[in-house]
Design a protein around this ligand. Structure first.
Ligand code: TRP
Length: 444
């Protein structure tokens, strides 16, 4: 349940549906499904197996193999989640801010085009950041079972109920079905190599691959629990939520702007959540009144916040568990250190939006000037995640003899995974890694 909570995030609710509509509708959904079950599920099972077999944090799970590559892999599997936690916290802080501002009746402010740019530079962010970190710290104090899992047990069903409620509401609006047509009708002519690459990175990011989360959670699995059923549960929940979110997001866009050409919509979740959606809610005022629109927006931002918080607690758990196991401190101290470090990192990264000119124009590469925040996203999200996935495949191949007992070859899924992990998946991930480096950092 905790791993499913990690998998369901902001990307599922907004980024996935809109990218599907932009990139061939049903054709994108088909390719995405193929990637989730054909490529990502084996890697997911491999990570859970690594954790379950070694009963270690990602750092020492890799470290059980001798050699520099594995030591680097262990460090990467610990540093990557830390840096992803930093950038994802910044976005979650904005959501908390929008939720608060909607609750106090400021939806009309949020819908102004210049608002987002001003908000992300404002002093109030620090307060929201402290509140978010305190909430996450509280959940983490409880431990994996009593904290994270209990929170997920409560929050995931809540998320699903809210999502279904919003779908029902949106589908009653006029023109809503036009959005469904864009979402579901397959158009294979839109599918090109970029779309395919986008579908794969969306699927692997969404499932938390390469972040050390699944290795960490795998280490808490009971001996008798079955890795394949956990894997299907995680991948199934994640995909279901993403799919159902499309039944809310696209009808909402088309009910308000029936003439929308999906190609013109922003592909980034951030642009959609913070700039486009507040406008949509304001356009609902003639239909349901200002209070009604504010309630709809409040419900939507609560949904997004829940999705983001369940992802964040999972990723905080990785550095936390490492501190606890390697420095041998109590869970309380490890939690305090982890949240403080991520708070500091998040605060520094949040200065990249104009508050600090130095961090805003931090580096230049690939023909563009990038902020510190962009740099973190490019390096850790775009580049290192596929590399970490590749290292997992190599690790599993190297330790095949001991790991295979966890993946019995009596089942189709595990037989397929055994084959895929040691043949075409590492090749796909290597190609993605090299082409990302080439296109991100070298082409201008
Ligand atoms: N599912 C998240 C999303 O779609 C991505 C994600 C998975 C994530 N695991 C995470 C984000 C852990 C932050 C932390 O947005």
């Amino acid at each position: 349940m905790a791993a499913a909570g990690s998998a369901v995030g902001i990307g599922n609710l907004v980024g996935f549906p809109v990218n599907a509509a932009k990139n061939g509708g049903g054709a994108f959904l088909f390719i995405y499904l193929l990637f989730v079950f054909g490529v990502c599920l084996p890697v997911l099972l491999a990570e859970l197996t690594m954790g379950k077999h070694t009963r270690q944090t990602p750092m020492s799970a890799f470290g059980q193999q001798n050699g520099l590559t594995w030591r680097i892999a262990g460090w990467l599997a610990t540093l990557t989640p830390f840096m992803i936690a930093v950038f994802y916290s910044v976005i979650t802080v904005w959501i908390l801010g929008y939720l608060h501002l909607t609750a106090v009746g400021n939806l009309n402010q949020l819908a102004k085009p210049e608002f987002f740019g001003q908000f992300i530079q404002s002093d109030s962010l620090l307060m929201y950041m402290l509140a978010l970190i305190a909430l996450i710290g509280l959940i983490l104090f409880g431990g994996v079972q009593q904290g994270i899992e209990r929170a997920s047990r409560l929050l995931m069903p809540a998320l699903f109920v809210i999502l279904i409620g919003l779908c029902v509401f949106v589908l009653t609006l006029d023109n809503a079905t036009a959005g469904l047509a864009f979402y579901l009708t397959p158009d294979f002519s839109k599918v090109n190599i970029e779309v395919i690459n986008g579908a794969l990175s969306q699927a692997s990011f969404s499932l938390s691959l390469g972040m050390g989360i699944l290795i960490t959670y795998g280490s808490y699995l009971e001996d008798e629990s079955k890795i394949t059923s956990s894997g299907y549960m995680i991948a199934g929940t994640d995909t279901l939520v993403a799919f159902v979110a499309g039944l809310m997001t696209l009808p909402a866009i088309f009910a308000i702007y029936p003439e929308t050409d999906p190609a013109t919509l922003s592909g980034s979740s951030v642009g959609l959540v913070f700039s486009f959606f507040p406008k949509i809610f304001m356009e609902m005022v003639p239909l349901i009144g200002y209070t009604g629109a504010s309630i709809a927006a409040f419900v939507f931002f609560s949904l997004t916040l829940i999705a983001a918080v369940t992802s964040l607690v999972s990723i905080f758990e990785v550095p936390l568990a490492s501190l606890q196991d390697h420095i041998k401190i109590t869970r309380k101290s490890a939690t305090l250190i982890t949240v403080t470090l991520i708070l500091l990192g998040g605060w520094v990264a949040s200065q990249s939006f104009g508050r600090s000119p130095w961090l805003t124009e931090f580096v230049s590469y690939g023909g563009a000037t990038k902020s510190l925040f962009d740099l973190i996203v490019d390096v850790f999200y775009e580049t290192i995640l596929p590399l970490n996935g590749l290292l997992v495949c190599l690790y599993v191949s190297a330790k095949w003899q001991v790991l295979k007992s966890h993946l019995p070859d009596t089942e189709f899924t595990t037989r397929y995974s055994q084959l895929a992990l040691r043949s075409f998946i590492p090749i796909i991930l290597l190609v993605v890694f090299i082409s990302t480096i080439y296109s991100k950092y070298f082409i201008r």
